[in-house]
Each structure stands twice: as C-alpha cells, then as structure tokens.
Design a protein around this ligand. Structure first.
Ligand code: UP5
Ligand code: MG
Length: 196
C-alpha cells in the first residue's frame, strides 16, 4: 500500500499573533509536527556556508518575504526527513508568490486540510513582539522599525491569502487576543473534528 500523502494545516496570523505558541501546544497533545517557515529560514541563515544567509537576513529585518523557492524547499526537506505524516506549517504561505510556488511544487504531494487564522490587532501583536525583544529574544525583527514593516506586509500580502483560503472554505478563524490556553483549546477542538 502506498503511503498516504502528508496532510498539512497552515497557520496564518500577524507578527506576534501566537502562531508558534499555539503550534507548540498542539504538538504536545497530538501527533502533528510543527514546521515554522520563519524558524526554518532563521536556521538556514545561521548556517556558516549558506548561500542565502544574507538575503534571508535582509528580508527578515525589512519584514519582506523571501522568494518561495528557498522557503518551499526548506519546508519540503523538513517534511521528507520527518517520519510523521501531519504537519502544522506556520507562517506560510505569506503572499501570492508563496502560494504559487507551493501549488506548483507541493500540491500533488500533500493535502491541505485547513488553514488556521489567528486574529489579533496590530497593537496587541506589536506589544507582544516588543516585549519578547525586551526579554532577549535575539530576533533582529523584534524592534519597532521592523514591526511596522512586518505588519504592513501582513496586511498587504498575507491578508489576500487569508481571503483566498476563506473562499475555498478552508479557513478557521480564532480570536487570538485571549489567553494562549483559550486559543489553544478552540484550535484543538477544531483539529479534533478533522481527525478520524
Ligand atoms: N504570546 C503568544 N500568544 C500569546 C497570548 N495568547 N497572550 C499573550 N501573549 C502571547 O508569540 C509572540 C509573543 O507573544 C511571544 O513572546 C509569546 O509568548 C507571546 P509567538 O507565538 O511567537 O507568535 P508568532 O505569531 O509565531 O510570532 P512571530 O514573531 O514568529 O510571527 P511572524 O509571522 O512575524 O514571524 P515568522 O518567524 O513567521 O517570520 C519572520 C520573517 O521571516 C518574516 O517577516 C519574513 O521576513 C520571513 N518569512 C518569509 O519570508 N517567508 C515565510 O514563509 C516565513 C517567514
Ligand atoms: Mg513564530
């Protein structure tokens, strides 16, 4: 019997909306594997011999989006090296280029089950990231200048993806200004509904 295609749930939301926090909680309670596109890019940037390190850093600091060929191949590689079959792909696809690259390379290899959208105002998102920066996150984009740009990119480039998935009937919305546990409880309940 051929192995079932890997199943993907995308997680979208503004910078600091709680994507990583929610995914970490889901991983504790389920067999999902968490793949944060941002984390994969930061790992790639940290490799001393990466030919993309500088390009990635420029995009991250400016809150702009890395070309999909790089991001998609990092996600694909991480999926291939995992023994698991269910993935939470966090912070991707962020723009039309990301979506086109995914469709071209991954749509015949995977099944997208749902898209989790964490709704959070720019004010709350920004406060959370600035606070994380003050606590020593070490992230080169946890500063006011980068955060303004990250939010602009989210509204201009990523919100059209949210709309796209809503039109496909794949979008699940959650109010992520609540406590991390409340957000997780609701997301977990919805994930249970597509489990069998
Ligand atoms: N926190 C979380 N939930 C909370 C809650 N409910 N109540 C109170 N506090 C809460 O959380 C952020 C902070 O808020 C933490 O301190 C947390 O404790 C607290 P986190 O869970 O980290 O939120 P998340 O949404 O994951 O925030 P993150 O900063 O990671 O979001 P971004 O989307 O900005 O960052 P990402 O790493 O995905 O991308 C960074 C950059 O990489 C992008 O700007 C872009 O340049 C590049 N990128 C690409 O180019 N392509 C990609 O596909 C992905 C990224
Ligand atoms: Mg994150």
């Amino acid at each position: 019997i051929a192995m079932q295609k890997p199943e993907v749930v995308f997680i979208l939301g503004g910078p600091g909306s709680g994507k990583g926090t929610t995914c970490a909680k889901i991983v504790e309670k389920t067999g999902y594997v968490h793949l944060s596109a941002g984390d994969l890019l930061r790992e790639e940037r940290a490799k001393p011999n990466s030919q993309f390190g500088q390009l990635i850093e420029e995009h991250i600091k400016n809150g702009t989006i890395v070309p999909v060929a790089i991001t998609c191949s990092l996600i694909h590689q991480a999926m291939k090296t995992s023994s698991k079959n269910r993935f939470l792909v966090d912070g991707f696809p962020r723009n039309q280029d990301n979506l086109d690259g995914w469709t071209k390379n991954m749509s015949d290899k995977t099944i997208v089950r749902a898209v989790i959208f964490l709704e959070c105002s720019a004010e709350v998102c920004t406060k959370r990231c600035l606070n994380r920066g003050l606590q020593g996150s070490g992230r080169s984009d946890d500063n006011m200048e980068s955060l303004v740009k990250r939010h602009e990119t989210f509204i201009k480039d990523t919100m059209p993806m949210v709309k796209h998935f809503e039109e496909l009937g794949l979008l699940w919305r959650f109010d992520s200004e609540r406590s991390a546990n409340d957000v997780f409880d609701d997301v977990y309940k919805k994930l249970k509904e597509i489990d069998w």
